[in-house]
Ligand binder design. Structure first.
Ligand code: 13P
Ligand code: SF4
Length: 311
């Protein structure tokens, strides 16, 4: 325990020395969440990154999140504990493939909406960005006279279509963690806790979303669990979320949604970050996010548009 304490002390000391802010996603491990200045969903983190006056942003999440912070803060140093922390959604939509698709379908004059879980190259090719927290709002604000292409998450896209009644063409990508939950695995845990409410992330498949009492972003899950009129709540998303929820809603019995194979679902990318790597990236100011200025500039416009439209 004293070594862990020393490490925490050292991180706090480095944070002061470098005038750094630590931003962490809701899926990070408890020790990282505990030391962060702000813990939240992709939307909250994007606003925090935009508004900070720190010199260094230390982003504990996955690469596209740190990249987003850099897009809106080109002059700041953005570091992340592990530069290999990717995302299956980002990988499912490579920039050159989307570029070729848009060229091939130029006659459609698509209004392209990109879920924030994508590379800067993809962001640079789209009209506006959204997160799970504002996707319905952003789609509702899309021009009525243009067809929408929604990339890269087909499950979030399908959910937004259900919510808005707006038809969209969907890129065939998904989150490898959230598609592991099945109707069977959720029904099984529901049978164990018959009075429980179920809250699920919109990256889950429709079969799973249909079993949920509420479908929402990770940040909205916090409010939902705090205000829920029952004690037992089944949380169908990545396991790190339980760290945040147990802190914020200590009076609730929060049950991790199981998959067919495991009692809960971990994102191997989110879990690449450790307190040790967090310490080292602050100490060495490395690895850093770096972006070609032409891509950064083109990716910034749809991101700022999202931040404006979701106020
Ligand atoms: P949230 O924006 O809801 O936190 O989702 C991010 C994510 O990666 C979900 O898998
Ligand atoms: Fe990407 Fe899924 Fe991991 Fe979120 S949980 S970072 S969407 S792979």
């Amino acid at each position: 325990p004293s070594a862990a304490l020393d490490l925490k002390e050292a991180i706090l000391q480095l944070k002061k020395e470098k005038n750094a802010v630590i931003l962490a996603h809701n899926y990070q491990t408890g020790d990282i969440q505990d030391i962060a200045d702000y813990v939240g969903d992709s939307l909250g983190l994007a606003y925090q990154a935009k508004d900070t006056d720190a010199d260094v942003i230390c982003f504990c999440g996955v690469h596209f999140m740190a990249e987003t912070a850099k897009i809106v803060n080109p002059t700041k140093t953005v570091v992340l504990p592990d530069k290999d922390a990717g995302c299956s959604l980002e990988q499912s939509c490579p920039g050159p493939e989307l570029e070729a698709f848009l060229k091939e379908h130029a006659d459609k004059n698509y209004y392209v909406i990109a879920y924030i879980n994508c590379s800067a190259h993809v962001k640079a090719l789209c009209d506006v960005i959204c997160t799970s927290g504002n996707a319905v709002k952003i789609v509702n604000k899309a021009p009525a006279d243009r067809p929408i292409l929604f990339v890269p998450d087909e499950n979030l896209g399908a959910w937004v279509m259900e919510q808005t009644g707006r038809k969209m063409d969907l890129w065939k990508g998904n989150c490898y963690v959230h598609v592991e939950f099945t109707r069977e695995s959720i029904n099984k845990i529901k049978a164990e806790y018959p009075d429980a409410l179920v809250v699920a992330h919109p990256e889950c498949t429709q079969a799973v979303r249909l079993l949920a009492d509420e479908v929402c972003s990770t940040e909205k899950m916090v409010t939902y669990c705090k205000e829920a009129p029952v004690k037992n709540i089944i949380v169908v998303t990545e396991s790190g979320m339980l760290n945040r929820l147990r802190k914020e809603a200590p009076d609730k019995n929060l049950i991790a949604g199981p998959t067919d194979r495991c009692a809960c679902a971990d994102c191997r990318y989110m879990k690449m970050n450790t307190l040790e790597k967090l310490h080292d990236c602050l100490l060495n100011l490395s690895p850093q996010v770096e972006l070609p200025e032409n891509i950064r500039k083109r990716a910034e416009a749809p991101l700022l548009k999202m931040l404006e439209q979701s106020k």
